[in-house]
Structures are given as structure tokens and as C-alpha cells.
Design a protein around this ligand. Structure first.
Ligand code: NAD
Length: 468
């Protein structure tokens, strides 16, 4: 077979397999509450059975410790399953809605319809939970799902495929591993998914949006951006230092919502930086390379990119590196140029540039240079400042006097705005994302007033009275 014929056969195979998934969905097998509950329980049990394998895979891909893997991946995923299992029956119930005067005595209800066959595309930085929390929503919503994990976290992607094929038939949930740039267009050009849930970078997000647009497929786009952290003069600096260091250097800075850069009031800058420096050592020791709690950079390509950022300012803390270990020590950088890639691109690594400001207005202006960040963190003790930032800046979500943790609160919708994405999920919002509101009005047959039918001549006054 020539290379071309092999490629054609693969595409035909996708088309055929995805059609069997469509048939499975259309059979109605995935719709009942009992079925959905059963699958969620199976998923939970399989994750628990493979707990050690999960830790091993996340260590192999990103050098995450067991504890970090639980707190930022497995634990969040199990919590999402638990909250869904506790509430699913209620979420699935049709909601009664009001009926306006012109439609009385009809009754109105809003049903929650499954979407169909959905595609979930995930990145490498939290490769487990970013693939499987959306799957929890897909299952809870009564859908079939194709998961495309990232090829850049191969240990976790392979494990996801193993776990899923152990518990679900392929026509219900399919895992497709391989190069996204090839596989995703192949699938999306041969099949009409009912929804695409994509987590990843802004440029690829735009490609996905274009592929989806060709067939009018709705999308959720969970993207990135430059998330600012602002420390006002009245902030508690001990608390700020601790929480900024954790949020920034978790997973070696490879977190979509990590503080990307630090804006600090000039009057407290030196004090804060001193505290940050001490905190870095406390968390990761003087030699972060051998720290149990410090991760590695995903690959050489990303490593080289991050090293190039280090030369775009003055490194005042850390920044030592070792390519063979894919290690970069937590780094703080000063004297940056706002036009350099360090300040225009999402850093996505353990490098924190610092910029001083002297009034909030000036700081807001700097933040707006990279519009619509995925997250924003503000450290202040002033309610007035809090209000000023929240009301004047558009951002996906964020924290006051904290970093990152809003992601873990499943009562909050998580998502971006504008450049950082479309849509949101977590908890009930995940279920909402993977279902569609289906409004239905039921009209009794015994009430058929002549007013509603032609001839209409002379009824204007009555229309004005009932249609309001
Ligand atoms: P990426 O966009 O390179 O890859 C994500 C997925 O897209 C992978 O599964 C990959 O196979 C696929 N892909 C890659 N190129 C493709 C193409 N040309 N066409 C179709 N699919 C393609 O992202 P990444 O490097 O894995 O992740 C880093 C980015 O993700 C950062 O920008 C980060 O901020 C963002 N992110 C966002 C969130 C969030 O929740 N908003 C979470 C984690 C990461």
C-alpha cells in the first residue's frame, strides 16, 4: 500500500467507527439515569484501581509527586464524579418554567437534552483531569465521547486509553492517541461531532474553532493567556508571597491559570521579593532540582523556549537550568521590556517577571495590554480596590488574596473570556456544558380562542392587551 492509501484507509476507518458511535447514541442506550450513574461509578472504580498507575504516569510525564498528582489531578477528578453522582438525578429533571399571558393555559418545561457524540481534546500539563473531568460531564449528559489526549504526555495518554478501554465499549467512549495536528482535522472533516470541548493553546484553539465552524459545531474553548497577579501596597505580604510561589511554581509553572507576571506596588516591591525568595527556598529547598515537590519541563522544545525568556530581563532569583533533566529553577526576573516575548507571550513555565506600579490605574492599563486573561489574582486588604479591579478588568475568573485555588471549587464555573476562551465547566456547569436546554410548551386542546386565528382584522387592541 502507498502512504496515500494508508492515510485514506485510516480516514475511512475513523468515519466508519464514528458512525458506529452515532448509531450507539441514536439507539438511546446512553440516556437513562441508571445507565449514566452506572458508567460514572465504573469510571470512579477504575480510577481507584489504577491509582498507583496514575501516579507513575504523571511522574513519568511531568515528575509530579503523588501528593501533587492527587491534589491537582486525581482528587479533583474524583470530586467531580462524586458531586455529579450526588446531584445527577436532580440535574436531569425537566424544570418547570413560567408561561406568559398570551400562551395561558399552556404549561412550559425545559428538558435537558444530551448533545450526541462529543469530542474532547486535552493538553499535556494536567493530562488526566483535563481529559476526564470533561468526560464526566459527557457521561452525565448522556452522550458518547471521543477523547483525544495530548501526545506530549505519552505515559498518561496511554494509561487513559487503557483505563477507558477496560471499562467502556468503543462505540460509547473512544480514546484516540496520536498527533493532534493530523488526527483531529481527519476526524472533524469526516464526521459531524455534536460538540467539541477543547483545552489548549490559543493558536490551536483558533484552528479547532475554524474546523468546527465548517459544520456549525458548537465549541467550548478552554484556552490560556497571561494571567496577572497584582500586589497592592496594603496587601498582607507574608500571605501573598506564600500563595504566589505555590500558584506559580506548581507543576514547574506549567499551569494555565498560574500567575504569569507580577505587578507589585513600588513601595513594597523589595520587601515582597525578599519574602518570595525565602518562600521558594522553603518550598523547594536551595536545590530545587532534587526537590520532591518540584516538577520538570515537559520537553526540550518547551525547555529551549523558556531558557530564551531568561535572557529578556535581569534574573534576580533562581533560573539555573539543566537540559538533560529538563530542569529550570524557579526564577524571578526584573527589568523587563513590555515588547519582548516574555511580556507578550504566555510564559507557561517557572519564570516570574516583576513590574512595579504606583497607582491602580497604571496597573490596570498594563493588564489590559494582554486583554482577557484566563485568571487574575489581586492581593489587597481594601474592599474598594477589590471592586475597582473586578469592575474594570475583563478576566475569566480569579481570586482575591489567593492564586489558582478557584479552579478547585466546583461551585464556580471555570472558563475564559474573549482571548482566553468560550464557555465554562466544573460541577453543575460541566453538566450544563454537555447538555442542551430543550424548551417545550404543552397546550391543552380544550382551549382554542378565536382571537388566535384569522381573520385578525380588528383584533389589534386585544393583541396589545395580551402580548406584553
Ligand atoms: P496545544 O494546543 O498544543 O495542544 C492541545 C491539544 O491539541 C493536544 O491534544 C494536541 O494533540 C492537539 N493539537 C495540537 N496541534 C493541533 C492542531 N494543529 N490541530 C488540532 N489539534 C491539535 O496545547 P498544549 O501545549 O498541550 O497546552 C498548553 C496550552 O493550553 C497553554 O496555552 C495553556 O494555557 C492552555 N491550557 C488551558 C487550560 C484551561 O483550562 N483553560 C488548561 C490547561 C492548559
Amino acid at each position: 500500500m502507498t502512504t496515500e492509501t494508508v492515510a485514506e484507509t485510516k480516514v475511512m476507518h475513523y468515519a466508519w467507527h464514528l458512525a458506529t458511535m452515532r448509531d450507539y447514541f441514536e439507539s438511546g442506550a446512553t440516556r437513562s439515569y441508571a445507565f449514566r450513574k452506572e458508567q460514572l461509578k465504573k469510571l470512579k472504580q477504575a480510577l481507584l484501581n489504577h491509582e498507583q498507575d496514575i501516579y507513575d504516569a504523571l511522574y513519568a510525564d511531568l515528575k509530579k509527586s503523588k501528593e501533587e498528582s492527587y491534589a491537582s489531578e486525581l482528587g479533583l477528578l474524583l470530586a467531580e464524579i462524586n458531586v455529579t453522582l450526588r446531584n445527577l438525578r436532580r440535574w436531569m429533571q425537566p424544570q418547570s418554567a413560567g408561561t406568559d399571558l398570551v400562551n395561558l393555559p399552556s404549561k412550559s418545561k425545559i428538558y435537558r437534552d444530551p448533545l450526541g457524540v462529543v469530542l474532547i481534546i486535552s493538553p499535556w500539563n494536567y493530562p488526566l483531569q483535563l481529559s476526564l473531568i470533561p468526560l464526566v460531564g459527557a457521561i452525565a449528559g448522556g452522550n458518547c465521547a471521543v477523547i483525544k489526549p495530548s501526545e506530549l504526555a505519552p505515559a498518561t495518554s496511554t494509561l487513559i486509553e487503557k483505563i477507558i478501554t477496560e471499562i467502556f465499549p468503543r462505540e460509547y467512549v473512544e480514546v484516540v492517541n496520536g498527533e493532534g495536528a493530523v488526527i483531529i482535522p481527519e476526524m472533524m472533516n469526516t464526521f459531524r461531532f455534536d460538540h467539541v470541548f477543547y483545552t489548549g493553546s490559543i493558536p490551536v484553539g483558533k484552528n479547532i474553532y475554524q474546523l468546527a465552524a465548517k459544520q456549525l459545531i458548537p465549541v467550548t474553548l478552554e484556552l490560556g493567556g497571561k494571567s496577572p497577579t497584582i500586589v497592592e501596597a496594603d496587601a498582607d505580604l507574608n500571605v501573598a508571597a506564600k500563595r504566589i510561589v505555590l500558584g506559580k511554581f506548581l507543576n514547574a509553572g506549567q499551569t494555565c491559570i498560574a500567575p504569569d507576571f507580577l505587578l507589585v506596588h513600588g513601595s513594597i516591591k523589595d520587601k515582597l521579593l525578599e519574602k518570595i525568595k525565602i518562600q521558594i527556598e522553603k518550598f523547594y529547598t536551595a536545590d530545587a532540582a532534587s526537590s520532591y515537590d518540584y516538577g520538570k519541563i515537559i520537553n526540550e522544545r518547551r525547555f529551549d523556549k523558556l531558557i530564551s525568556y531568561l535572557s529578556q530581563g535581569k534574573v534576580i532569583v533562581g533560573g539555573q537550568y539543566n537540559k538533560s533533566k529538563l530542569f529550570i529553577a524557579p526564577a524571578i526576573v526584573e527589568d523587563v521590556n513590555m515588547n519582548d516575548p516574555l511580556m507578550t507571550e504566555e510564559i507557561f513555565g517557572p519564570i516570574l517577571p516583576v513590574i512595579s506600579f504606583y497607582n491602580t490605574e497604571e496597573a490596570i492599563k498594563i493588564v489590559k495590554e494582554n486583554a482577557n486573561p484566563l485568571a487574575l489574582y489581586l492581593f489587597t486588604s481594601s474592599k474598594k480596590k477589590e471592586k475597582e479591579w473586578i469592575e474594570n478588568v475583563s478576566f475569566g475568573g480569579g481570586c482575591i488574596n489567593n492564586t489558582d485555588w478557584h479552579f478547585t471549587n466546583h461551585h464556580l464555573p471555570f472558563g475564559g473570556v474573549g482571548n482566553s476562551g468560550i464557555g465554562a465547566y466544573h460541577g453543575k456547569y460541566t453538566f450544563d456544558t454537555f447538555t442542551r436546554l430543550k424548551p417545550v410548551m404543552k397546550t391543552p386542546t380544550w382551549f382554542n380562542p378565536a382571537l388566535k386565528f384569522p381573520p385578525f382584522k380588528g383584533k389589534l387592541k386585544l393583541f396589545k392587551w395580551v402580548i406584553r
